[in-house]
Design a protein around this ligand. Structure first.
Ligand code: UD1
Ligand code: MG
Length: 421
């Protein structure tokens, strides 16, 4: 079967996933509230219970869609080749260069194993994310869970591809040469990528529509990158990404519809982990993890800005989401109050430095210091002033889109500054 037909079938199945999710979320909502899986929307006048962890519904539909799709690329080979499934991984990178067999992807059992491992890791992450929503785990567990869930993927990477050599960027070649074999360190990097992708989405949260919205923008950017590369020598790896990405976009758009202001469903940590792991899997198995990280620029900025609170150099409250003003129906930056002298020196230094360059709001009165909670949501509210919740989400998603445009400029026109392209 031609790859364009496979892609079309995947697109149709993704649309079915979209319809299924858009219908299932409101139907399941009251069951979740009955099971006490709900949260209070902290930025609304009335304290209504909203079903939480709806990412599980969306994630399950995603898995069903991809399971149904599996026979499409791989079943073809079995039908046309009576001798059975090939158990040697073929060099499909060279095979796909030009005018190759339309079912090169199916001809590689390596790709089949990789797809199953990808689904296993995503499935594991979904389960562990749901456990987190139900049990309210501690932050140290939040770091451990994605590491555990990425293990099946890393093992399959080891037995199939096991490429641990990186091409060194041009400005650093005088130091370490053209390429560098990172060996086991490369596996540490991939494990950390999974931890970063999952948690980076989870900590840029607390405003209706933001968790899913940012995931949809990242997924759309990856989609554009994959489509742009379909005519190139690595077509099969990009096709592989598309097979995982299109269903993800389908179910996420449906969840966004219900999670958009005013939210009728909360996505929970389940969705953040599911989305992060899907991106990590796509970046690792598609061998474009660096390009993928370029689409995480706002998340990287939010993580760096959050470091003093995440590592407890500055007190970190349970919730850092913006403060809601009932009178004006607007969000203000939320703050934490503490005694500056009780902080260790890295915390004091970070706050003073941030204040000096205008990115940290710091006031002192009666020996107590008040500073804004260190998220880019609060930074936006510090710079732009109080905003309506819908506006905050729109502004942050617009920033995410602009960062993706910048990422494309870095990846394509500017790539020749760093690599031989
Ligand atoms: C992360 C953030 C936390 C933020 C929270 C919001 C860090 C270290 N942790 O914690 O600061 O407050 O996400 O999701 O940065 N909620 C809303 N409106 C929304 C989404 C969520 O009010 O649009 C509230 C609801 O009460 C919901 C709760 O946030 O029940 C979910 O929080 P949870 O995902 O459990 O927080 P964490 O991921 O632990
Ligand atoms: Mg969360």
């Amino acid at each position: 079967m031609d790859w364009t037909i496979q892609l079309l079938i995947n697109l149709m199945l993704s649309f079915c996933g979209f319809i299924a999710t858009i219908r299932a979320v409101p139907k399941m909502g009251h069951l979740f509230i009955k099971a006490n899986l709900c949260g209070i929307d902290m930025s609304k006048k009335e304290s209504k219970k909203i079903p939480e962890a709806m990412g599980i519904v969306c994630g399950c539909i995603y898995l069903i869609v991809v399971f149904i799709f599996i026979p499409v690329p791989f079943g073809t080979y079995i039908v046309f080749n009576q001798e059975g499934f090939p158990h040697e991984k073929e060099n499909n990178t060279s095979a796909s260069g030009g005018g190759c067999s339309p079912y090169v992807l199916a001809a590689s059992s390596g790709a089949f194993v990789e797809l199953l491992a990808a689904l296993l890791s995503i499935c594991c992450m979904l389960l562990l994310g749901f456990a987190d929503d139900v049990l309210e785990l501690k932050w140290r567990h939040k770091l451990l869970l994605p590491t555990v869930a990425s293990l099946p993927l890393l093992m399959v990477y080891f037995v199939t591809y096991n490429g641990t050599t990186i091409i060194v960027p041009k400005p650093l070649r005088f130091l370490v040469g053209y390429s560098l074999n990172l060996g086991p360190l490369y596996y540490v990097y991939m494990g950390m990528l999974a931890v970063f992708c999952t948690n980076a989405i989870n900590i840029l949260a607390g405003v209706n529509g933001l968790e899913v919205g940012q995931s949809v923008v990242i997924a759309a950017s990856l989609l554009a990158h994959n489509v742009a590369e379909l005519g190139g020598p690595l077509r099969d790896t990009h096709l592989f990404s598309l097979y995982l990405l299109l269903p993800f976009i389908g179910v996420s758009l449906a969840l966004l519809y219900h999670n958009w202001y005013p939210s009728a469903a909360f996505v929970g940590d389940t969705y953040c982990y599911f989305a992060g792991m899907t991106f990590a899997v796509i970046g690792i198995l598609g061998h474009f993890s660096k390009t993928m990280l370029l689409f995480f620029l706002p998340q990287i900025a939010n993580f760096v800005y959050s470091v003093p609170q995440l590592f407890h150099f500055v007190p970190c409250p349970r919730h850092r989401l913006p403060r809601y003003d009932r009178k004006t129906d607007r969000l203000h930056m939320s703050t934490s109050t503490f005694r500056m002298s009780s902080l260790r020196w890295p915390g004091r230094l970070a706050l003073r430095l941030g204040h000096a360059v205008g990115v940290v709001h710091l006031t002192e009165s009666g020996g107590m210091t008040t500073c804004n909670n260190l998220t880019i949501i609060n930074l936006l509210l510090k710079l732009a002033g109080p905003l309506h919740e819908r506006r905050v989400t729109q502004a942050l998603l617009a920033i995410q889109v602009m960062c993706s445009c910048l990422a494309f400029v870095i990846r394509y026109p500017l790539a020749s500054l760093f690599y031989d392209v």
